[in-house]
Design a protein around this ligand. Sequence first.
Ligand SMILES: Nc1nc2c(ncn2[C@@H]2O[C@H](COP(=O)(O)OP(=O)(O)OP(=O)(O)O)[C@@H](O)[C@H]2O)c(=O)[nH]1
Ligand SMILES: [Mg+2]
Length: 368
Amino acid sequence: MSINIGIIGLTQSGKTTVFNALTGAAADTITHATDALNPHVGISKVPDPRLDTLNEMLRPKKLVPVETRYIDVGASLKTLVQDKGIGGELLNQLNTVDTLIVVTRAFQDDSIPHPEGSIDVKRDIAALNLELIFSDLAILERRLEKIEASLKGAKAPERQTFLHEKEFLLNLKAELDKDKPVRELPPDICNARIISGYQFLTAKPLLILVNIGEEQLPEAKSLETELNGIYVGDKSRAITLCGKLEMELAQLGFEAAGEFRAEYGLTESGLERTIKTAYELCDLISFFTTASNEVRAWSIKRGTTAVKAAGKIHTDMEKGFIRAERIHFDSLVACGSLSEARKQGQLHLEGKEYVIQDGDVITFLFNV
Ligand SMILES: Nc1nc2c(ncn2[C@@H]2O[C@H](COP(=O)(O)OP(=O)(O)OP(=O)(O)O)[C@@H](O)[C@H]2O)c(=O)[nH]1
Ligand SMILES: [Mg+2]
């Protein structure tokens, strides 16, 4: 199971640098701009100290963190929308991501020209927002054309369905025309269930990643506060990140990187901060399984029931679900071992409708 993240942003904003920082890859940022024919795709593991604790306590044969898959498409969304071939293909890939990271340049460097000629974070965020809206309008208009064509030969009941959808899309279009992203619209205009069928880019959570230079680190916190005053929402957030520094640190070992980070007054890695924020924006939580000598982390939407969580692991587990044996990570740590937890009566039996909590350690019991 993995979380999918799309990295977008204006030209030369540091997308590939951030991609390298998050994946530990070493894609070229110096001599090559990313070309759409050759997007970067990389996988990294979601860091979770709880998993390390479980590893030490339970000494499993295998330790399996959640994976994150990143795609850095490299081309502007405008180009992708206009280009029906490879652009269409890349756009399809972006349409399937769980969240978008918009890399926005704040770093100063005269040797790297900004496409707009100056550094202006808010202007660039607005420009990117427009590109996303442009892409969604293209999807929407294509769908409207299809509906018009289908309406021609449609019989009465079918006709009604098409007319309903058309009305829904026209209302949505009116909002997009006012530069409003889908993610910010009230539920009466944009019913979440209907919307999910279209894969609009502006419906996705948006993590604005402001790429700052090392020398801007002292102002990072206040810049974040200022930007979140404007952009924070249920599904949007701004964070600052030193892309170039984080990319270099990602190439070092864990400990050496930690020491450098401490010198810069950074307590978390860029990857940790980014993933944490992405989890919040996507409303994801983690639970752990320990069966078959394997400790594994899983990510699910907050509010998922035990039976649905079991289904994420295997459809048979959902079909034959009997119950879940559960202990919270904190209680397990307090007990010191699973057998001690069992002795102390800390392992709880939960039914199908139990709502999984972040940090639950679970064994599903099921019939095959
Ligand atoms: N000084 C400085 N330079 C940076 C920083 N982040 C990125 N750069 C430089 O900016 C240039 C562009 O970075 P990339 O990561 O390739 O940017 P990109 O958005 O992927 O560029 P395209 O693929 O061409 O759109 C490279 O020369 C980077 O080294 C930073 O924080 N500080
Ligand atoms: Mg690039």
